[in-house]
Design a protein around this ligand. Structure first.
Ligand code: LCS
Length: 401
């Protein structure tokens, strides 16, 4: 039931982190629906609190279901330790509260998931953290923006919603040459460890909204962090335990573990379908612009080819050649694509970033971040791509009439 470190990705996504329950022998790890754990005696309780003995104490500090997910995703990302949390935002905030203090500087990409943007600009700044947002496609700007007090550099490996690919090896070199102690935190939600593994490229901490591809079934909210045992223990004991309490329930962790067993199969299918759908969109006269890293027309296509393994993800952004009202009509009349935020599910989801996921940005900030009013985001699901293309085509054809 266990696997060694040389096993392939698919073997590790099924077996890594599996606990020894040989006395009972279940194939699937049962749900440990318990808030607390019984100590044999006071000496054992004290030893566990002192960190002198390994073992469970209380589910906010760890639970077998959560620990299995943490160990598994850490294994897939090539990290020493992983933590699963109550949401992606719980992971972002638990990480930042652990790494930053008043007077520190955070340097981040200007294109971020809307709530990450709001937390940085309107949350952290209230507590004396200086925040600078710049375009992480501009390596000179990164070099020029690093300061003596830059404690954290933060970006999404593939940005939400405009699918920019960030040059991780180049940024690692610039940041670590400036100050090896500066932590580089990368949100790898869109790419997943199937396609991209930032820790192998020198990043310190990888973050996920596990709500998305890691779970993959649209029924759980969860977050993940992976990194060194030292960094993860710091996040657990400060950011999770004391500052956010962002804890996942055992049942949700069980579901994420179940989803993870098919991660590579699902991601590969998302990639194949997204390539077909992006190619279709790019060729349709009603579509003004299609952004998909697998298309030769994508601004960082060559970089995506260099960094990504075996595919370019399941997310597409596009703009229509029509008015705002006509674009809304297009979305409202789709039959198979569901109008919903989130992504990475079996169902294809479509949304309007400027008024939905990125409505935390002002119109000026949206323009600065390159998130156009006309941008539409598609999370390609696991349906037959021909059916999604037919659904899109039926409405796109009406625009040109
Ligand atoms: N990071 C990224 C890149 C995300 O896309 C999201 C959520 C989060 C972090 C936060 O994760 P959560 O707390 O929701 O688990 N993104 C969403 C989106 O694009 N649509 O709905 C949620």
């Amino acid at each position: 039931m266990s696997c060694n470190e040389h096993a392939g990705f698919a073997t590790r996504q099924i077996h890594a982190g599996h606990q020894d329950l040989s006395a009972v022998g279940p194939l699937a790890t049962p749900i440990f629906q318990t808030s607390t754990f019984v100590f044999q005696d006071t000496a054992q309780g004290a030893a566990r609190f002192a960190g002198e003995e390994q073992g469970y104490i209380y589910t906010r500090l760890g639970n077998p279901n959560g620990n299995e997910v943490g160990a598994k995703v850490a294994n897939l990302e090539g990290a020493e330790m992983g933590l699963v949390m109550g949401s992606g935002m719980g992971a972002v905030s638990a990480c930042m509260w652990s790494l930053l203090k008043a007077g520190d500087h955070l340097l981040a990409d200007k294109t971020l998931y809307g709530c990450t943007f709001a937390y940085f600009m309107h949350g952290l700044t209230r507590f004396g953290v200086e925040v600078t947002l710049i375009d992480f496609a501009d390596l000179d700007a990164i070099k020029a923006s690093l300061r003596d007090n830059t404690a954290v550099v933060y970006f999404e490996s593939e940005t939400n919603p405009d699918l920019k690919i960030v040059d991780i090896p180049a940024i690692v070199k610039i940041v670590k040459d400036h100050n090896p102690a500066t932590k580089i935190v990368v949100d790898n939600t869109f790419a997943t460890p199937v396609l991209l593994r930032p820790i192998e490229l020198g990043v310190d901490i990888v973050l996920h909204s596990a709500t998305k591809y890691l779970n993959g079934h649209g029924d759980v909210i969860a977050g993940m962090l992976c990194g060194s045992a030292e960094d993860m223990t710091n996040v657990l004991m400060v950011g999770v335990k004391d500052m956010t309490g962002s804890v996942i329930g055992p049942f949700e962790a069980f579901l994420i573990n179940r989803g993870l067993k098919t991660l590579d199969i699902r991601v590969n299918k998302h990639c194949q379908s997204a390539m077909k759908i992006a190619t279709f969109l790019e060729g349709h006269p009603a579509v003004k612009r299609t952004l998909y890293p697998g298309l030769a027309s994508h601004p960082q296509h060559a970089l995506a080819e260099k960094l990504f393994h075996g595919g370019f993800g399941g997310m597409i952004a596009f703009e229509l050649d029509c008015s705002k009202d006509r674009a809304a009509e297009f979305i409202n009349h789709l039959e198979l694509c569901s109008l919903a935020v989130s992504l990475g599910d079996a169902e294809t989801l479509i949304e309007h970033p400027a008024s939905m996921t990125h409505s935390t940005y002002t119109p000026e900030e949206l323009a600065e971040a390159g998130i156009g009013e006309g941008m539409i985001r598609l999370s390609v699901g696991l349906e037959d791509p021909e059916d999604i293309i037919a659904d899109l085509k039926a409405q796109l054809d009406k625009i040109k009439k």
